[in-house]
Design a protein around this ligand. Structure first.
Ligand code: ADP
Length: 138
């Protein structure tokens, strides 16, 4: 069993798609073991997106990700990390195939509905970043 960290981004919240997206996760067997709504702060975003800090569009990402409260989910399933990445599709929503969540609901490279951990190691770091042990219900 693996647990992955998902963020329903501001565009998902703006479009009123949180329920639709969570239903898509549950329909394929992901189990919610943690859930909270927060307004992301700059320091947390700089830590979470440290690999993008040097890129010219980073200030835009900061503004976008702070534009609305987001929903943070911890989701468990066998093979959760790779399956969730496949379910979301590639980063650029315009290139994401129909049938993937980004392909069905995303707008572009930045407004792509959801974040999901990309490796087992980053899932462990991200789960600790967003949840205390008492907030996860395995
Ligand atoms: P992913 O979210 O698919 O793991 P990355 O880690 O490369 O992708 O990027 C993190 C987030 O930064 C993306 O989901 C997207 O919101 C934003 N982003 C990435 N590349 C671009 C870009 N070229 N222009 C604008 N925003 C981007």
């Amino acid at each position: 069993m693996e647990t992955t960290l998902v963020i329903l981004k501001p565009d998902c919240m703006e479009k009123g798609l949180a329920g639709t997206i969570i239903r898509r996760f549950e329909e394929v067997g992901f189990r919610i073991i943690g859930c909270k709504m927060i307004l992301l702060g700059e320091d947390l975003l700089k830590e979470h997106y440290a690999h993008l800090l040097h890129l010219p569009f980073f200030p835009e990402i900061l503004t976008f990700m702070q534009s609305k409260p987001v929903i943070i989910l911890a989701l468990a399933k066998e093979g959760a990390i790779l399956e969730m990445r496949n379910l979301l599709g590639p980063t650029d929503s315009a290139l994401a195939p129909k049938g993937t969540i980004r392909g069905d609901y995303g707008t572009d490279k930045m407004r792509n509905i959801a974040h999901a951990s990309d490796t087992v190691e980053s899932a462990q770091v991200e789960l600790k970043r967003f949840f205390g042990v008492e907030e996860l219900f395995f």
